[in-house]
Design a protein around this ligand. Sequence first.
Ligand code: AHM
Ligand code: MG
Length: 340
Amino acid sequence: MPNRKLMTLDEFTIQETRKFPQATGELSALLRDIGLACKIINKQVLKAGLVDILGKHGATNVQGEEQMKLDVYSNETLINVLRNAADCAGVASEENDDHVCYDDEFSNNSKYVVLFDPLDGSSNIDVNAPIGTIFSIYRRVSELGKPCTMEDFLQPGRQLMAAGYVIYGSSTMMVYATKLSVNGFTLEPSIGEFCLSHPNIKCPENGKIYSINQGNTCKYDDGMKAFLDYCMENKKEEGRPYSHRYIGSMVADMHRTLIKGGIFMYPADKSSPKGKLRLQYECNPMAFLVEAAGGIADTGYGSVLDVEPQELHQRVPIYIGSKNMVKKALEFAGTKESIA
Ligand code: AHM
Ligand code: MG
């Protein structure tokens, strides 16, 4: 037997499943299918610039945002791969108005539904900056044997079974979390498999990097402006000023925040009173992942994971990352009473 050092995503999830005698392995199969879709997307992302895949598709999505060709390709890839998957009753995507219920005999007996942002940060595609796919998996609340329903997709983040992202960066990585742990897998191109490279990721309690679109400062409220002043204040003994890093691609900014520590913020502002990022496609999966790694994710009104979703494309403000940095930001931002 060769001395193998690499453990593939599939092998890892199967080992994890074995720790729970009642587990059926369906979640492992679903993660493998999401990994497959992302490998297909990755192949196209790698070719961007060479083939006619850059630029705008010519349509707008449900939120009125212009779709890029790669957005559309990634969305269709995920929908089609998961349609053929063993364990997925339906999906909801940031790019579609409504959820997609697969509604065939097999899918109607599947336990899970998947939500995704197929290609987050897509405005970065044309400049070769990192982009990513964000996904979340819920156990259905609707009756097995029947088509999935909207209720399955409008569960609070606390109910997530697993969530994660794939980052198409200098290497391609999948990071996913269950309630138990967060693990990272790097795509080994020669065998085409995600292999365990970052076991048991913990988000450092403290950090030195703040990440926000600082160009929006004029639109922030006084609490937010005061926190930015605090980040920039010269207090060497307290490790300030912090460094500011902002790629403008949530997956890339969050990947750095998770590994190195720090805080990522997309607060409400005068032009987006509810923030920009979507609860079900971006904020909940990242919040689940960061909390499983020991960090915090808050809307300024309470934990992101406790927000009761009212609609699929709902937006919320977000402060997320290292425990102590997020607590400090919330001292300035103030904890509000409800998320009206
Ligand atoms: P998208 O889903 O349309 O790509 O938008 C989400 C992206 C995030 O990746 C990123 O954090 C944010 O938008 C950047 O917004 P801004 O350009 O306003 O700073
Ligand atoms: Mg997005």
